[in-house]
Design a protein around this ligand. Structure first.
Ligand code: ARG
Length: 580
């Protein structure tokens, strides 16, 4: 068992001994914010004490009196207002690392209570190109799905394509009137965007066009054959473009159920909400009012417009019901930009009123915008929104410059492949590193820098460790040392060795924190610090030149660092290279 799990288990037992009625599931340990005070810390006793009006330090000392962690830890310290600090004994540290070296774990264990989690992310709109706003959803969502999967949860990814709605009425008008078939063949999205731009401007200026669009939409929704055929074609053409991007990004979905999939459910759903008295008529439309929820008081959720059309909320309610019935998830996570916060607050509030018995956790994981270096929304030079495919092309091109400058001898195809991996990684990492709720400035120089908290830096750190093994001539297999020799191979004496070992141990806890708070930036910073610890270790502790026993021990540390780095980057959706 991993030390933090062991400590948690013993801690929960001790808490139960002192407070038999306490719910101990929230009694957990976290890495100590400052290693000076120990390796792990818990603040759980303070909230338990508060809820019972007990003195927190007294409760802490009562729990410590019942706590037996001597197998793994030095005497436990009570700190501050009632924190407990735990420090691992060096032997326990070495033992855990040896377990990892033998391949028994990589500092995390499958969740004791696996959850079923639906992750709704990316979700671009048909007949439009995926723009930088969708990139964050795609990259963040994919990373959260990967993290949850690695932790042993059952993850279902669903791409909620925008393939239904008023824009199709307009598109149908334009498609029938002035489609340029050759242009469509050459570049379908660009042609569809041209049509859309033109007709939506016309709709604003000319009520007759707007009316024509409305009629085309009604015909589509009524199942008109021609309109359905054109609509299907628009979806198919868009999906080819989306899939190309997903393939470049290495992103896969279990399901792609667009908004249209839920269309048949909308009328009965609205009916039910009215019958149950949850929705009511207001100015010809149907809406749900939230008098009792202050932030939503002024914002009723519209579920049917006065012209009879359903909207985004109606579809999302149907989607939510479908997911509950189909997958019975414990949790549904929606990854979109910050502008949709009100929408999801309304959605969740309607759902809770409709199904107060439901236990499913609903989370809107929102994120800020990407800004240009001028601090304004990220745009192309001509002022258009940046297309994701162009952004990725530029990333690969710029990465090629960096890579070929660093290694001019490399044959071009090799350099190109490295540049592809580095370029995509740099864009992803730039997106994952900032606190997701803040806007961030997109800067090519920053995200491609070989020094600093960037993907190329971490990929380079990984490749450098792998090169130690090439030099050591211990082969390319994962484990540098035969497993039978590992039982007492680790000697952790130097300060840098201990610091690196302790940091490795935190990998699993960091993954859990990423999944709990939906914040991949924790993992980015963890990996960056890992690279830093490794550098100090490597600068201060000779590896290949050490005497055989120490050399083996240090090679094990190198290998574990490489494995954690690779696994961590993989969770971020980033590929590694053996050589750069
Ligand atoms: N298609 C929407 C957009 O581009 C995002 C959909 C998010 N998912 C959802 N279930 N509402 O803004």
């Amino acid at each position: 068992m991993l030390p933090h799990k062991f400590i948690e288990q013993r801690l929960q037992q001790a808490v139960t001994a002192v407070l038999p009625d306490a719910d101990v599931t929230a009694v957990l340990v976290r890495p100590c914010p400052d290693p000076k005070f120990g390796d792990y810390q818990t603040n759980a006793l303070m909230s338990l004490a508060k809820a019972r009006k007990l003195n927190p330090r007294q409760l802490a000392s009562d729990v410590v009196a019942k706590l037996d962690v001597a197998d793994a830890c030095a005497p436990v310290e009570i700190a501050g207002a009632g924190f407990l600090n735990f420090r691992l004994k060096p032997a326990a540290l070495a033992q855990t690392l040896q377990g990892a070296a033998r391949g028994e774990h990589l500092f995390s264990e499958p969740a004791a209570h696996p959850r079923t989690v639906v992750v709704d992310f990316s979700s671009p709109n048909v007949a439009k190109s995926m723009h930088v706003g969708h990139i964050r959803s795609t990259i963040l969502g994919d990373c959260l799905a990967r993290t949850l999967r690695l932790l042993g949860h059952r993850v279902i990814t669903d791409n909620h394509l925008g393939d239904w709605g008023t824009q199709f009425g307009m598109l149908l008008v334009a498609w029938k009137r002035e489609l340029d078939a050759a242009a469509l063949k050459a570049d379908p999205i660009t042609e569809m965007e041209r049509l859309y731009k033109k007709v939506s401007a016309e709709c604003k200026a000319n009520p007759a066009t707007l009316e024509a669009a409305r009629q085309e939409l009604v015909r589509l929704q009524a199942g008109d054959e021609e309109n359905l055929r054109i609509w299907h074609e628009m979806i198919a053409l868009s999906r080819v473009q989306f899939d190309t991007i997903y393939q470049r990004l290495g992103v896969k979905f279990d399901h792609t159920l667009g908004e249209s999939f839920y269309h048949p459910r909308l009328q009965p759903l609205v009916q039910e909400l009215c019958t149950k008295g949850i929705a009511r008529e207001s100015e010809g439309a149907l809406a749900v009012f939230f008098e009792a929820i202050p932030p939503l008081k002024e914002h009723p959720a519209l579920i049917q417009k006065s012209d009879g059309a359903f909207n985004y909320t109606t579809t999302d309610l149907a989607t939510l019901m479908h997911r509950l019935e189909t997958w019975r998830p414990d949790e549904i996570v929606y990854v979109t930009d910050a502008r949709q916060q009100l929408h999801f607050q309304q959605l969740f509030a309607v759902f809770r009123r409709w199904h107060p018995e439901a236990k499913t956790k609903l989370a809107h994981v929102w994120f800020g915008s990407i800004l240009g270096e001028d601090g304004k929304p990220f745009k192309t030079r001509s002022g258009d929104t940046v297309k994701l495919s162009d952004l990725l092309d530029e990333a690969e091109e710029r990465a090629y410059k960096v890579v070929s400058e660093k290694n001019p001898e490399q044959p071009e195809p090799v350099g190109r492949e490295i540049a592809r991996i580095v370029g995509i990684a740099a864009v992803k990492y730039a997106d994952l590193l900032p606190n997701r709720q803040s806007d961030y400035v997109f800067s090519w120089d920053k995200l491609l820098a070989l020094n600093g908290n960037t993907a190329p830096y971490l990929q380079y750190a990984y490749a450098r460790i792998r090169s130690i093994f090439r030099k050591a001539n211990v082969g390319q297999d994962v484990s540098p040392v035969p497993t039978c020799e590992l039982s007492d191979a680790l000697k952790l004496d130097a300060r840098e060795e201990l610091a690196l070992a302790r940091h490795l141990l935190n990998f699993g806890l960091v993954l859990e924190a990423v999944a709990d708070d939906y914040r991949p930036n924790y993992l980015c910073n963890y990996l960056y610090e890992l690279a830093g610890h490794f550098t100090s270790f490597y600068e201060n502790c000779p590896v290949l030149k050490s005497a055989p026993e120490l050399r083996t021990s240090r090679l094990v540390l190198c290998d574990l660092t490489a494995r954690v780095m690779k696994q961590g980057l993989d969770v971020l959706g980033i590929e590694t290279l053996e050589q750069m």
